[in-house]
Design a binder for this molecule. Structure first.
Ligand SMILES: Cc1cc2nc3c(=O)[nH]c(=O)nc-3n(C[C@H](O)[C@H](O)[C@H](O)COP(=O)(O)O)c2cc1C
Length: 198
């Protein structure tokens, strides 16, 4: 079993989402000790944003790409290859200003590629990343679970599902900036969700 852990926080070792993602991976390793873990830290080593030059490179036939364009597409290819190789994906996702970190959005823009991770058919889009399990560790300062202010969960469900990643479990660590008691409760609730799921 190959586990790909993707940390999206910009807060390095202080990151709460990484703490929860680490707990998920530890639990998976407990259950399957032979599992291999690959870590992709988007905060420490961000993927470049999708801009006009990158889009131009993607739409240029491979044999006509400049060295610069080929290098840019190769960065996306590497993210896609990592994802394709994984059986289980663990995403550590903080809430920043009601959304996902820009670093995670850049990664999503890198891995959503027509003909590779999804394709359109006469019946609509089909996700091409099949048979993988995804855990998403959500860390928030406030409490938004199951409210309209939680835009992250429906967004991630939609975009992951679009790629074929339909088996997604969300683990919420919330209220982390609402004082020490609320934070302890938020982490404890995340721990019980992990114990119940894995
Ligand atoms: C730039 C920034 C924006 C934030 N925006 C929100 C927000 O919109 N809602 C919220 O509940 N918490 C917000 N927070 C608090 C974080 O969600 C909380 O600190 C969480 O633990 C961050 O995860 P991390 O430690 O993995 O980076 C924000 C924190 C930062 C640094």
């Amino acid at each position: 079993m190959k586990i790909l852990q993707i940390n999206a926080s910009i807060r390095a070792d202080a990151a709460n989402s990484t703490r929860v993602a680490n707990a998920i991976v530890a639990r998976l390793k407990e259950k399957t000790p032979a599992a291999a873990v690959e870590l992709r830290d988007l905060g420490a080593d961000p993927h470049p944003v999708l801009d006009g030059a990158a889009l131009g490179a993607l739409f240029t036939p491979a044999e006509q790409r400049s060295a610069e364009q080929a290098a840019r597409v190769a960065l996306d290819d590497a993210e896609i290859a990592r994802l394709q190789a994984a059986d289980v994906i663990v995403l550590g996702v903080p809430m920043y200003n009601f959304g996902v970190p820009v670093q995670l959005k850049a990664w999503i823009d890198a891995v959503a590629r027509a003909g590779v991770t999804f394709r359109y058919t006469e019946n609509g889009p089909v996700g091409l990343l099949q048979g993988k399990k995804v855990y998403v560790a959500l860390a928030r300062g406030g409490v938004y679970r199951d409210t309209p202010a939680d835009s992250q969960t429906p967004y991630l469900k939609s975009v992951l599902g679009f790629l074929g990643l339909t088996d997604v479990s969300f683990i919420h660590a919330e209220g982390l900036n609402m004082g020490p008691d609320a934070a302890a409760k938020g982490f404890a609730e995340a721990d019980s969700q992990i114990a119940a799921l894995i």
